[in-house]
Design a protein around this ligand. Structure first.
Ligand code: GAL
Length: 728
C-alpha cells in the first residue's frame, strides 16, 4: 500500500524524563523533538525506562544499522501534530498519538480476528487466543497506520490501547458530534462509536519508551521495524521441508514406523516432532528422556539424522520437582508455580546457563535440532498471578509478556548460535522485538479462517505463524488446510492427539501430496524470500496491505436497525476479511476455507495477474470468483506480471536432496523478469560473515540468463536447466 500523507522532518535528541518531573503530572505534555535513532526511526522516553523490560533489549541481534543507514531519511510524522503524554493521579503513564479520523490502524501482533484494529480497545496481554480484546499468543505492541507511520510501545508491561476510540475535550482536532435525533438527522450517520482523532495507550510502570517509524511504504515501515530488531529470522533449509509431529504416546518403534510409512506413501519428511511423552514427566517437565519409550536417545537421533530427518522436542518451561534441574533452579524461580512446576526467571544469566547446559548435554549434543516451546502463554488461572515475584525484581506482568521472547533468546543464542548451528522451532507466545528469532507461533484454536488471517497479522509484527493441520471434518477441509500450511512459514502436521496421517483422507491424498511436493519444489524461491527477511526485513509471507496496488476492500457493514430492545445504540456489525496473502515476492495465495470451502472471490490488485498453474492472464484490479473444480482442486495461486519463480525441476522427499538439484525458472506475464537467487550452506551462521552467493536470473524477450553476482559460497542448488515461459 502506498502512503498518502506524511508530515515534515524534525529530529533532535530529547528525553522526556526531565519534563516528567517539571510538568504538572496531569497536564498533557507535547513531545516536539524526539530522539532519532536511524533514518525513519525515533524514540520517546517517558519517565525512567531503565527500570523497565524493553523488548529491544532482548532482540535476537543488534539493530542492522548498516542496512538502515542506507534507507531514505523519511520525515518524522508528528512534527505538526505532536504526540503527548501525561501521568494520571493513579500513576498510569499514558500517551496520546494523534490520528486523522479516516485513518486505518493495523497490527498489534497475532490478532486472529483481523488485522484492522481501528475503533477497538485492546488489552495487550499474553494469553491464550480466544479471550479476545487484544489478548493473544503474541500481543506485539506495534501498529502501522494507513497514513504511513508505525508506532512501537517498547515495553513488556500490560498495555491498554484505545485505538481511535474516545476523544479528549481539549483536542485541537475534535470531530463534530453527529445528531441522532430522528427529526433533524444530518447526512452523516450517527454511530455509537463516534470518530476519534487519536490512539491513546497506557501502562502502569516506571517509564515507557515509544518508538516511531516512518518509511516510503507500509512494507518499508515494517521492514525498518524488523531491521531495528536485528533483521528477520533465517531458518536452516531443512526447516522449510515438511514436519510431522507424532502422537504424544509414541515410542521409538512407532516413530520408525511413521517414517517408513511416509516413504512408502511418497510423502516428503524433514522433521519429526516428539510431543510430551518423550519425557519422564510433563506438565510440569523434567526435560529428561523417558527410557522406556526411547531407550537410547542418542542412537535414535543419529538413526534419524542418517535418513536426513531432524528431531524436534516438545517442552514447556515449568520444571517438575522430579527434574534434576529443580534444585539448582529453585532459588532462581518465581514465587508461584505453574502446574506445580517452578517458573525460572530467565532474565537471570544463571537460570539461562542452567537450562542451556542441561539442554545441550541431553538433547543438542545428541543431534536434537530444536524445540517446540509450549505453554509460554496461558490463561490467567494457569499462569502466575500478577502479584507474583521474581528473584531479579522484574514484575510478574513483564515476565509473562516476555517469557516466550526470553526462551527464544536463551535457546537460540545460548544453544544453537553459540555453536554456529541454525535451528527452527515452534513457540506459543512471542512479543515485541522478536523478528530475528527462528521460531514460529501456533495455537490450539483451529478455526481455519482465523489461521489464514494469522499469516497476514504475523507479517505486520515481526513474527511467524503456522496454520498447522491436526484433523478435519471431511476431505475438502483436510485438503484446504494442507494447501494453506504448505504456503506458510512452517509446513506441519500436528496430529499429537488424533494421530492422523497425511494420507488418511483417501480421496484427496494425491492432491495433498502434490501440494507438499509443490512446497518442496519452491524451496529455492522460499529460501530466498527468507533471506530477504533476514537481510532486508521483508516478511516472506505477507499481508496484502503491504503490497503496492492493493486497495483494501471496505469492510462489509451489515446495516443496523434501531430497536428499543435489541439494538438501542444502533450498533453496526462490520466484517473485514483477510483471506488472501503474499507468499514470497510474487505469488498471491487465495485459499478455500470454512464456508468458502470450494468457491470464493479473489481480489486482484492493480497490475496483471496470472494463474500459477496455466500461466493464463486472470485480470487486474478486479474481483474474480474461483472454484475448486475449475482449479482442478489446486490451491488458487496468482502470479505478478514479470515474475520469475525459481523451482526445483522435480520434487524431493527431503531437503537434503534439494542440494545440487537442477532448477526450472518460470516466467509469468509480459514484463521482463528478474530474480536474485540467494544461496548459502543452509545450516550455519557463516552467511553473517558474508559467506553467501547470489545468482541473478533474468528473462527478457523469451531468453533466460543466469549470472553469478556474488560468489562467496558454493552453490546450494544446481544450474538452471529449464526456462519456462508461462505466459499465454
Ligand atoms: C498443547 C499444544 C499442542 C500439543 C499438546 C500436547 O498445549 O498446543 O500442540 O503439543 O499441548 O500435550
Amino acid at each position: 500500500m502506498k502512503i498518502k500523507r506524511i508530515g515534515t522532518l524534525a529530529c533532535f535528541s530529547f528525553c522526556l524524563s526531565s519534563l516528567l518531573s517539571a510538568a504538572s503530572m496531569e497536564d498533557l505534555t507535547p513531545v516536539k523533538n524526539p530522539e532519532q535513532l536511524a533514518p525513519g526511526i525515533w524514540k520517546l522516553s517517558i519517565g525512567d525506562v531503565s527500570k523497565e523490560l524493553r523488548y529491544t533489549d532482548h532482540a535476537a541481534a543488534p539493530p542492522r544499522m548498516e542496512v538502515l543507514n542506507e534507507k531514505v531519511d523519511t520525515p518524522y510524522p508528528f512534527a505538526d501534530n505532536p504526540i503527548s503524554f501525561y501521568v494520571s493521579p493513579d500513576k498510569r503513564i499514558s500517551v496520546r498519538i494523534p490520528a486523522d479520523t479516516d485513518e486505518s490502524i493495523y497490527g498489534f501482533g497475532l490478532q486472529l480476528d483481523g488485522i484492522k484494529k481501528s475503533k477497538k480497545v485492546l488489552n495487550l496481554n499474553v494469553d491464550h487466543w480466544g479471550k479476545g480484546n487484544g489478548r493473544t499468543h503474541a500481543p506485539v505492541p506495534f501498529y502501522i497506520s494507513s497514513k504511513g507511520y508505525g508506532v512501537f510501545f517498547n515495553t513488556a508491561r500490560f498495555l491498554k490501547a484505545y485505538v481511535l476510540c474516545g476523544n479528549r475535550k481539549d483536542s485541537p482536532n475534535l470531530p463534530e458530534p453527529v445528531d441522532r435525533n430522528p427529526v433533524t438527522r444530518t447526512a452523516k450517520r450517527w454511530t455509537a462509536l463516534p470518530d476519534s482523532d487519536a490512539v491513546e495507550a497506557h501502562i502502569v510502570g516506571n517509564g515507557l519508551e515509544v518508538m516511531i517509524f516512518s518509511g516510503e511504504s507500509l512494507l518499508d515501515i515494517v521492514s525498518r521495524y524488523n531491521l531495528y530488531n536485528g533483521g528477520g529470522a533465517m531458518p536452516p533449509l531443512w526447516g522449510l521441508g515438511f514436519w510431522n509431529r507424532t502422537k504424544a504416546s509414541y515410542n521409538e518403534s512407532d516413530c520408525d514406523a511413521d517414517i517408513k510409512r511416509f516413504e512408502e506413501e511418497g510423502f516428503p519428511l524433514d522433521v519429526l516432532g516428539l510431543e510430551p511423552g518423550w519425557m519422564t514427566m510433563s506438565y510440569p517437565c523434567t526435560f529428561e528422556w523417558q527410557k522406556e519409550r526411547f531407550p537410547n536417545p542418542g542412537a535414535f537421533s543419529q538413526k534419524l539424522l542418517d535418513q536426513g530427518i531432524r528431531l524436534n522436542l516438545w517442552v514447556n518451561p515449568y520444571i517438575s520437582p522430579e527434574a534434576k534441574l529443580y534444585e539448582p533452579m529453585y532459588p532462581l524461580s518465581g514465587s508461584h508455580t505453574v502446574w506445580l512446576g517452578i517458573v525460572p526467571d530467565y532474565t537471570l544469566p544463571e537460570a539461562r546457563r542452567l537450562l542451556a547446559e542441561q539442554h545441550q548435554r541431553e538433547h543438542v549434543d545428541i543431534g536434537v535440532s530444536g524445540y517446540k516451546i509450549d505453554e509460554v502463554d496461558g490463561y490467567d488461572q494457569w499462569l502466575w498471578p500478577d502479584h507474583a515475584t521474581f528473584p531479579s525484581g522484574t514484575s510478574a506482568e513483564a515476565v509473562r509478556q516476555a517469557y516466550g521472547v526470553l526462551l527464544q533468546n536463551t535457546t537460540y543464542n545460548d544453544l544453537f548460535k553459540k555453536h554456529n548451528t541454525r535451528t527452527y522451532g515452534l513457540i506459543r507466545s512471542s512479543n515485541g522485538g522478536a523478528s530475528g528469532y527462528p521460531y514460529v507461533l501456533y495455537s490450539d484454536s483451529y478455526n481455519h479462517e482465523q489461521y489464514i488471517t494469522g499469516l497476514s497479522a504475523a507479517s505486520l509484527s515481526g513474527i511467524l505463524w503456522t496454520p498447522e493441520v491436526r484433523q478435519a471434518a471431511n476431505d475438502r477441509e483436510w485438503l484446504n488446510r494442507f494447501h494453506v500450511v504448505c504456503f506458510s512459514p512452517l509446513a506441519m502436521l500436528n496430529a499429537w492427539s488424533s494421530g492422523k496421517k497425511p494420507w488418511d483422507y483417501a480421496d484427496v491424498t494425491d492432491e495433498v501430496r502434490k501440494t507438499v511436493e509443490l512446497r518442496m519444489r519452491l524451496l529455492p524461491y522460499l529460501y530466498t524470500a527468507f533471506s530477504e527477511y533476514n537481510r532486508k526485513g521483508v516478511p516472506p509471507i505477507r499481508a496484502m496491505i503491504l503490497e503496492d496496488g492493493y486497495a483494501e476492500k471496505k469492510a462489509v457493514t451489515q446495516k443496523a436497525k434501531l430497536d428499543d430492545v435489541r439494538n438501542p445504540y444502533e450498533m453496526v456489525k462490520t466484517v473485514q476479511k483477510t483471506n488472501q496473502y503474499m507468499f514470497g515476492p510474487s505469488i498471491m495465495v487465495a485459499p478455500f476455507y470454512n464456508q468458502y470451502h470450494s468457491e470464493r472471490t479473489v481480489q486482484l490488485p492493480e497490475g496483471d495477474w496470472y494463474d500459477f498453474y496455466t500461466g493464463e492472464l486472470v485480470g487486474s484490479n478486479t474481483t474474480i470468483t474461483v472454484n475448486a473444480e475449475g482449479m482442478e482442486n489446486h490451491l488458487p495461486l496468482f502470479v505478478k506480471d514479470g515474475a520469475l519463480i525459481p523451482m526445483l525441476t522435480k520434487p524431493v522427499m527431503n531437503t537434503r536432496d534439494a542440494y545440487g538439484q537442477k532448477l526450472e525458472v518460470r516466467h509469468y506475464g509480459k514484463k521482463d523478469g528478474e530474480f536474485t537467487l540467494y544461496e548459502d550452506d543452509g545450516k550455519t551462521f557463516d552467511y553473517e560473515e558474508g559467506v553467501f552467493r547470489l545468482r541473478q536470473l533474468t528473462m527478457a524477450e523469451g531468453a533466460g540468463n543466469e549470472k553469478i553476482i556474488r560468489d562467496k559460497a558454493p552453490a546450494m542448488f544446481g544450474p538452471v536447466t529449464q526456462w519456462t515461459t508461462m505466459n499465454k
